[in-house]
Structures are given as C-alpha cells and as structure tokens.
Design a protein around this ligand. Sequence first.
Ligand code: FAD
Length: 502
Amino acid sequence: MFRDGARKSLWQSEVKKYEGFLARGHRYDVVIVGAGITGISTAYRLQNQGLKCVILEASNIGFGTTGGTTAHLNDFFDTTFEETINKFGLENARLLAEAGKEAMQIFTSNVMKNTIDCDFEHKDAVLFATSEEQVEELEKIFEGAQKVGYQMAYTDSIEYPMGFQKALLIPRQAQFHPLKYIKALAEAFTNAGGTIIDNCIYESHDESDQEVLIHTSQGTVRGGHAVFATHTPPGVNLLHFTTAPYRSYAIAFTLNSEDYPNTLGYDLCNPYHYYRTHIIQGKKMIIAGGEDHKTGHSEDEGACFARLENHCRNYFDINQIQYAWSSQYFEPADGLPSIGVLPSSQGRLFVATGFRGNGMTFGTLSSTILTDLILQRPNRFAKLFDPKRFKPTAGFKSFLKENATVLKDMIGDKINMERINSLLDIEPGKAKVVRYGGQAYAVYSESNGQRHVLKSTCPHAKCEVRWNNAELSWDCPCHGSRFNVNGKMLNGPSTQGLERLE
Ligand SMILES: Cc1cc2nc3c(=O)[nH]c(=O)nc-3n(C[C@H](O)[C@H](O)[C@H](O)COP(=O)(O)OP(=O)(O)OC[C@H]3O[C@@H](n4cnc5c(N)ncnc54)[C@H](O)[C@@H]3O)c2cc1C
C-alpha cells in the first residue's frame, strides 16, 4: 500500500484501503481532513460522542507519517520537563506530564474497548549518555522529571551494547504497530456510522457563523466544524512560521544472535538515535531511527541511511537490513504542539500539529482536546497547547532562526539556479532544478533516460523544491510540501501538485 515516499516502511503490508464516494450536499457535524493517527483517533472519539463525522484523506489511511513512524508510545517527550519549566513554568510542565499519562490511558482504552490486535506492549525505556556533555544533559532531564513528579531512576545496566556513562530507566512506556492500530480504529469509526473518503484532497474552505464549507478535489462538503489532522495545516497559516519540517530515517534489521533488546532505547547524540524491537510477520527485528535534518537540507539523503546503518553496525551484529525508509515531522519553535482552534479561524476550524517525534502520544491526546473544544466542554490541557499561544519569550530564537533559513532558501535557490540550454543536459540517473528558457523546472532523468519535467516552484509559498534522492521526491525546504516525480502532492501544506510538462 501507498506511503509518502518511494521506500517501503515495515508497517505497510497492513494498510487497508477504503473506497468511498462523496455524498454531495450532505452535511456532517465534523469534517476531519487527514487519516493518520490524529485524524482517525479524533474522528473515532467524536463519532462515539454522537457526532456525525467524515474523514477526507488525500491518498489512503496511513499515507502520511503514521505509515512511516517507529511507534514508540511515550509519556516523556523530546521537549524535556526541564525545558518546559524554563519556558512555560512549573505548573505547565506538570500539566504536560499529566497530558502524557492521559494520552497513554486513552490509547490503552481504545485498544481494550475495541480488542485491537496491534502488537501493543508496555515496555520500559532507557535514556543513556555516552559523553560528559550528555551526562550533564541527562542529569537535567532527571532534575526536571523530579520537579514535575515524573517517575524515572538512574540505572547501572542497560540492554544496549553502547558504552554508556550514565543512564535513566523510565518505566511503563509502550510500543505498537501503528497501521494495525489505525486500521482497527478506522473500522471501529465506520462501524459507529462514520465515513472515510480516500483520494479526496482538501483544497480550500469558507467559514461562516453557522458552518464550514470544505472544497475538495471531489466536490464541496458541509460541516458544523472541521479539523485539520494533516500533520501541518494545508494552505497558508501562521503555524507554518512557528513550526519547521524535519526528516528522520529508520531501518529495521535482523541480528545474527538472539540479543534483541526488550526495552525502548534512546541515546543523547545530536542528532539522536532511537531503538526498539518488533516482530513483523514472524521475523524479529530491531528498528533503529535517527540522522534527522531539516527537510531539503541534506546534500544526499541516501547518505543518511548509510550513516544510520554504519552507526548500528558498530554496535549490533546485523544479519540483514530488511527495511529502510524516511519520513517527516514538525518541530515547533517553543517545543510544544499546537492543538486547538486554527489561528485565522473564527472558531469552527481546528488543528493539531508540531508534535516533534511524539506524534503517537500527541496525536492521541488531540482526540480528547479537540472533542472537548468542539463540544464546548472544558479541557484542562487546551490552554497549554493553544495554537494561538505564541509568545516571544518561549522559542523566539528558534522562530527567528527557522524563518531566516526559509527566506535564505527562498531567495538563494532562485538566484543560484543553474541555467541550461537543453533539458537533455540532465544526465540519466540525475535530478536537478534548473532555469531553462526563462522558467524554473525540476527535472528527473531516469536511468533509462526517460525525463520527468515539472514546474519547480512550490505552489504553497513559492519556494523552489529540492531533490530527495532517497525517497525520489521533490521536497520544499521552506514548509515541507513534497511531491513525487510526476508532480503528485505527497505532503502538505501545499494543496496542489507541481505542474507536469509532457
Ligand atoms: C521516522 C519517524 C519516526 C517517528 N517515530 C515516532 C515514535 O516512535 N513515536 C511517536 O510518538 N512519534 C514518532 N514520530 C512522529 C509521529 O509519527 C507523527 O507525529 C505522527 O505520525 C503524525 O500523525 P498525524 O496523523 O498527525 O499526521 P500523518 O500521519 O502525516 O497524517 C496526515 C494525513 O493527512 C493527509 N493529508 C495531508 N494534506 C491533505 C489534504 N490537503 N487533503 C486531504 N488529506 C491530506 C495525508 O495524506 C496524511 O495521510 C516519528 C516521526 C518520524 C518521521
């Protein structure tokens, strides 16, 4: 089944395709755009609260990052409690810890209530430091956790073969198979009367006091409210300035021994690595991830896989690499996700984005926050994650840095674009963005010489796309829109593909 890249993730054999037709003129209570963990969890919860919901998905369920995740379920986060205390205060950091616990409970209850077979298992996690600098970082993580009353403890031994100086044991985290989970939850949603429509791209909307009109590639849908569960909101939004797209790489491999770790493992390198074990179709594998970088900012994405593999080969007796894939996530400038009313909306449009590497938890948490907001019930986490909360004190440096990079990329790529006299100048096996006859083109020449020529300017904010040689895609370095070699949109925020020239 399909994902937003040319490589297959190990979860993909489990994706179920839903076919549906848009009932024109039909009005739903809530229109949910996007069928990843966020969209499906939210739709499931809303439908079970008696609201009539439809999910509109540009491709198929699990097409986005949920199909390319590594599915650790944590209640500690990439943004540490210590960082949260410094930026948002102790009370809010405590609330963040409670939010993690609540998400875990919702997830567990979804699994139990629907008897979902998704390889869900509670696991302890270890966080380990391999240098003096990392030890300092680890100690700060511990101190922050102590202050918010989150349970973790130093440990003398870890299951991982890396020489470590100090390590923390964090009990009762979890892991699961993300596509088995969302597939089963999607079924529970449709069994409760919900509708899922595949191959339906959100293009634009109109919002009034009474309703929202969602204009899609299949026609217009009317709803009382709408939720953008698209990982980053489609179209142009303030949130594109406060979150930045990053890519992360994952490989799954078998070992020559039976030394598979039973715990979830995380180092503190920069960029960091994360590990766990999963059995897929009877085969035990270690899933390792890392080598993250800003989207469109690697000269050679293929080399990121090579580095990840070399790193793992240093420590594990690898028998065979079975899968290698990459995917995209969004870094918020202030470290916390945005879940709630979409900035620019009059109150009927909602969003959930900026999850960093914790989207399994925050995607699940979004379902309760958004349901309460739509039903106009109080939710104790809503204020902390309010998408309109942006204030200069928290994350301002990161905000400036990311947006300065966007400007530099946008202008630099246009000025420095290579000029060619013939499209035949692009050799077989190569891809380039070039200026030809006064126009900018993204040209990919297959090894057999067949050329795919697209207009290279991203429809979203007019930046020039860059080639991703690992996933065979054109990636926008500004806000993370991605397109395949035929110009089809793989990831938003763009709502259109790149124009293809025959
Ligand atoms: C390699 C990697 C490993 C990760 N590992 C972990 C982990 O171990 N634990 C963890 O908690 N998090 C992890 N994350 C993060 C986590 O996977 C994501 O945050 C999460 O999957 C996001 O889910 P989502 O439903 O919000 O978005 P997605 O899964 O991306 O779903 C969005 C959906 O919206 C659809 N869509 C987009 N635009 C439109 C449109 N215009 N119209 C209609 N539909 C549209 C897309 O096709 C897509 O299916 C990882 C991320 C990466 C990149």
